[in-house]
Write a protein that binds this ligand. Sequence first.
Ligand SMILES: Cc1ncc(COP(=O)(O)O)c(C=O)c1O
Length: 407
Amino acid sequence: MAFCCHHSSLKSLQTTYSAMKNEATEPSSPERFETRAVHTGHDYVAGTGAIIPPVYLTSTFEYGNEGGFDYTRSGNPNFRLLERTLASLESAQHATVFGSGVAAITAVVSTLKSGDLVLAEENIYGCTFRLFAQVFEKFGVKIIYTDLSDPANFELIKTHQPTLVWIESPTNPLLKILDIQAIADAAHQQNSLLLVDNTFASSYLQRPLELGADLSLLSTTKYSNGHSDALGGVVCTNHDEWQDKMIFAQKALGLQPSPFDSWLILRGVKTQSLRMERHSSNALELARFLEQQTSARRVLYPFLESHPQYEIAIRQMRSGSGIVTVDFDWDLEQTLQFVESLRYFPKAESLGGIESLCCHPASMTHAAIPKATREAVGITDSLVRFSVGIENIVDLLDDIRQALAKI
Ligand SMILES: Cc1ncc(COP(=O)(O)O)c(C=O)c1O
């Protein structure tokens, strides 16, 4: 009985399913970011009346269906919806989703072959560094690191003509801002491609493909989802051949996300614009407070006028995002005492969720690196990174003040 209307409902959903195929988005779409975030993908629930799409918890699909689905490792309706939305928000024709940001990085690097060269910014995310060093270098992929906030080093792109130039902006945890447009131009002159890890900025604040990048990668675990309850990654591009490579990696390497995580991330994405406005305004206020009312040695935030690349930041980002890094100029004990006295900033890795967090790189993310090596790149014992949430800024500042008073 339950199956008696199977074929007629399949027919009525035909238009719907066609819209779900992993087809290019229309970059000419006239709607603004906020509207696209809420409405992209809505059309496919036509025929059911559901305002919010269901979670397709199925590993396999009946052969010959209109959506072209066969097995969830190589595609699921929840992936397609999220891909269409993220592509639209990144101003990309294509997006492919993965099970985490690291899975997205793996997908891109897996396309390289022995002898290919990646020229990477030296301040990249630690797990990207680890993946290059401990996995892909074994297969003959070569990596060179340099400081790409210094335009003099663009010469290295000319010297080495790498297959890929790999950057993040802002970087972690020092929040360096790299000039995406200038690096894209330098890369293209050598027929190299530019990948930007856009995780720290988010699609709402910065769109690398509009600035000339070839690939924009995000850990959607962070600001895209925004609620610290799912992991995901995405690679966005306008190059058809790169889209084919990413779809291949999604299924052939088993890097796909779960349908439920994709559903959660799509739900999170709908409020990204609101969240990013609040993250940025709270973070700017916290940065100004730390700079003006404490004796910190350095306060780093892209939209502070004192930031070394402030001019680039205001040109390529809509606002400064939610991360503030500060060097308090204390010893290790004082810094740990401060961090542990905070009420609203639990000590935790990750970032980009609605809740504030704080990270002490010397004892957490960078603990395995010898002190002298860490300090040489600016990661001192008194460096603290705040991921500023969407709470009321008055409460956040009160919390910082009471913890400062304990030192
Ligand atoms: C800049 C950046 N890229 C990639 C990743 C990896 O993402 P995931 O943790 O979702 O694998 C992270 C995680 O912190 C990150 O900060």
